[in-house]
Unconditional design. Structure first.
Length: 406
C-alpha cells in the first residue's frame, strides 16, 4: 500500500470518527486536572499522584486526559511516561505551544501509547493583548505559525487539538480565520477557551453560534470549550455551549485551577444527568465515581474541599434544620436534588444542634439503643438549644444529656 493511499484512508477513517462523535449526542469530557488544575498555587502533584488521579478518571469514564506539558518540566514527562501503558481507556494528550520542539517533546513523552490514544493540544495567543504584548506578532504571522505547527503536529499525531488562547477577547473575524487555518492544517479538534473567565452564558452561547456560522470547515473537527471561573460562571457557560452543540467540554475535578479555577467536572456531569430533557445530550461518565474522585483529588492536591462544594462537599448530604431532618427521615427526596448513592457520596447525616427537632433526636437515640419517650426527647431538644456556639453533639455528649434529663 503506497503512502498516499494509506494517508487518504487514514483521513477518511479520522473524518468518520469525528462525524460519529459530532452527531452522536454524547458530550465528551476532557479532564485537565493534571495540567490546568495543577497550575493552581499549592496544588502541585508528584508523578505517582498524577497516575492515581488519572486511573480514577479512567474509572469514571472520561474521554481524554490533558496529561501534562512535557516541554515545561521533566516531572510532567515522568508523569506522562507513568501513564503510558497503564491508563488505557482515555486518550492521553500533551499540551504544546505552537513550537515544533514542544511537539517533539510531546511525541517522546507519549511514545508507546497506541496512535488512537495519544494526541497533542496546541495553543497560541490570538487576542490583540496577546499579539501585541505577549508575542509581538501580527495577524498574518499568527496564522502562519498556526499553519506550520499544526501541520507539523498532524504529521506525528492523529489527534491534534488547537486552541486560540484568550479566544473570548479575540476579534471574531480573526478568531474564525484561526480556526479555519488550524482545520485546514490538520486539527481534529478546535477549542474555545475563555482564558480569563469573563464571559456570561449569553455571550458564550453567542460565540459558539457565530463560530459555527463563520467556520464552514467545522464539520471536519470537534468543537471543545474551556471556561475559567473568575465570575463564578464557568459551569453555566459550559452548559450554555453544550446546548449550542459543543462536542467536548474541558473541566477539572473540584473546579481547581488558576485564579478562581475552572469549570467543575462533577458539576457539569450532574447538571447534564439531571437535565437531559433540557439539553438533549448524554455522557459516558459513571456518576457513582464522582464523590470518591473529588475526595481523592482534594487529598492529593492538598486543596481542601469547601463544606458546601456541590457533589463532593461534606455538608451536601448533612442538615441540622429540624424541618429538613423530619422530611429526610420520611423521604430523602423531600430535601435532596439527588441521593448520595448516585454520586458515590456518604450517607445522609442528621447533625444534632440548636436547630434540630424532636424527630432527629429520637432517631439518633434509637440508633444508640437509648430508651426514650416524648417528654425526655423534648427535654433533650431544649438542652441542645442552650449549648454554646460550636459545640459538637457527638454520641457521647448525647448519651450524657439523655442520662441527665431521663
Amino acid at each position: 500500500m503506497d503512502r498516499t493511499f494509506r494517508q487518504r484512508l487514514e483521513d477518511r477513517i479520522r473524518q468518520a470518527i469525528i462525524s460519529r462523535h459530532r452527531h452522536s449526542g454524547v458530550v465528551l469530557f476532557s479532564d485537565t486536572t493534571l495540567r490546568d488544575g495543577e497550575q493552581m498555587p499549592g496544588a502541585t502533584l508528584e508523578p505517582h499522584e498524577k497516575l492515581q488521579i488519572a486511573l480514577a478518571l479512567e474509572r469514571a469514564g472520561v474521554h481524554s486526559l490533558d496529561a501534562g506539558f512535557p516541554a515545561s518540566s521533566e516531572a510532567d514527562v515522568e508523569a506522562i511516561r507513568l501513564m503510558v501503558g497503564r491508563v488505557r481507556g482515555p486518550v492521553l494528550t500533551a499540551l504544546c505551544r505552537t513550537v515544533r520542539s514542544d511537539v517533539d517533546a510531546a511525541d517522546r513523552a507519549l511514545e508507546g501509547n497506541p496512535v488512537h490514544k495519544r494526541g497533542v493540544s496546541l495553543f497560541c495567543g490570538t487576542s490583540p493583548l496577546h499579539r501585541t504584548y505577549k508575542l509581538g506578532k501580527s495577524r498574518t504571522e499568527i496564522l502562519k505559525l498556526i499553519a506550520e505547527t499544526v501541520g507539523y503536529a498532524a504529521e506525528r499525531f492523529r489527534i491534534v487539538a488547537f486552541s486560540p488562547e484568550d479566544a473570548s477577547r479575540t476579534e471574531l473575524d480573526f478568531l474564525c480565520e484561526c480556526y479555519r487555518e488550524a482545520i485546514r492544517s490538520g486539527a481534529t479538534t478546535i477549542g474555545f477557551p475563555d482564558t480569563v473567565g469573563l464571559l456570561t452564558p449569553e455571550k458564550a452561547r453567542d460565540f459558539i453560534r457565530r463560530i459555527q456560522d463563520g467556520v464552514p470547515e467545522i464539520e471536519r473537527a470537534l468543537l471543545a470549550v474551556h471556561f475559567h471561573n473568575d465570575l463564578g460562571l464557568a459551569v453555566a457557560n459550559t452548559l450554555a455551549c453544550i446546548a449550542e452543540g459543543a462536542n467536548v467540554v474541558q473541566c477539572t475535578v473540584n473546579g481547581i485551577g488558576e485564579r478562581a479555577g475552572n469549570a467543575s467536572l462533577e458539576e457539569v456531569v450532574m447538571a447534564l444527568t439531571l437535565h437531559q430533557d433540557q439539553y438533549g445530550r448524554t455522557h459516558r461518565v459513571d456518576t457513582r465515581m464522582l464523590a470518591p474522585l473529588c475526595r481523592l483529588t482534594a487529598e492529593l492536591t492538598g486543596i481542601v474541599l469547601p463544606l458546601m462544594k456541590p457533589v463532593g462537599g461534606a455538608n451536601i448530604f448533612a442538615t441540622e434544620a429540624g424541618i429538613h431532618q423530619d422530611g429526610l427521615l420520611k423521604n430523602p427526596d423531600t430535601y435532596l436534588p439527588f441521593r448520595p448513592e448516585l454520586v458515590g457520596g456518604d450517607e445522609i447525616r442528621l447533625v444534632l444542634g440548636r436547630h434540630s427537632g424532636r424527630r432527629a433526636v429520637a432517631h439518633r437515640l434509637q440508633g444508640l439503643g437509648i430508651p426514650h419517650h416524648d417528654a425526655s426527647v423534648s427535654r433533650i431538644v431544649e438542652r441542645l438549644k442552650l449549648l454554646p456556639k460550636g459545640t459538637v453533639v457527638d454520641d457521647a455528649l448525647l448519651q450524657q444529656i439523655a442520662a441527665e434529663v431521663h
